[in-house]
Design a binder for this molecule. Sequence first.
Ligand code: BV8
Length: 266
Amino acid sequence: MKLGPFKKIVILTGAGISAESGINTFRDSNGLWEQHRMEDVATPEAFKRDPQLVWRFYSMRRIQAAQAHPNRAHEALVKFAKTPGQEIHLITQNVDDLHHRADPTDHLPPLCMHGSLNQSRCMNCGTIYFDDHAYFDLKGDYAPQGTILCSSSQKASVDYLHHYKLDYRDFLPLSPCCKAAIRPHIVWFGEIPFHMTKINNLLTDADLFVSIGTSGQVYPAAGFLQIAKMSGATTVCINKEEIPQSQWIDHFIQGHASVEVPKFFE
Ligand code: BV8
């Protein structure tokens, strides 16, 4: 499909762009890992109620993301961003790092509105750490000392455990700064997504908005198509199935992201 030319292009991605890399989406499989609904696990209340369950949940997702690789859809966006003469912005709802790994030279740094799987945050002072450590193994057991499950980029050694002052009794990581509870640096349900001011400015200025691999179930991202359309943008949705926002979509391209995204952006 040949559209444009466009001056300011804004792209939103969701779990569907990572599905063909082997990362579970949220609503295609009925719940992830512990068979808990996202809303029951990915909330501040859930972390307060059972921090170990939440750390097991995110450990599984860290292990899965570390084993995945960017697919042709991630790569096609980076290739498109390298073409001169247009302004392109990427917003992602995903917390995996596949957009980053597809783009080592940062041609299209994503606005990660829901945070990052590979970062943790001290609950006392808010310090953010790069931390892709899986505190629990695939069976849900505490990752035994010495066999830390994390990507090779992380110094996997015993001093890592000591550095994070793992409290063996309740198997919970503590922040090296305050020895306080440390949580995934992720936006949970009921929390305000990151970069919202910048995102709203991008949506109102865009002349092309492309939504890729998202079910349009989670706000505020689910409202972006409407904002862009009402601000005068041409809107495109690339997804495996229809989404509720069809009235705000100019062009709906049904199919797999790894096939349709390269076709659309080449
Ligand atoms: C907020 C991090 C206030 C966690 C996530 C009632 C009405 C409206 C809103 C609400 C409401 N009740 C509560 C709310 C607010 C709530 C919300 O929207 N709830 C929903 C459930 C109704 N939202 C919030 O709480 C947000 N905060 O509203 O704060 C505020 C906001 C702004 C300003 C001021 C105040 C915070 C939401 C963030 C929650 N955290 N993620 C984690 O990941 O562990 S959301 C989580 O779910 C994901 O990050 C992702 O964003 C979302 C899942 O969405 P998708 O990415 O779309 O994934 P999904 O599986 O649903 O769909 C995949 C799609 O891909 C499918 O359509 C499938 O067909 C397609 N697909 C699959 N394979 C492929 C494919 N397409 C192409 N190719 C393929 N191969």
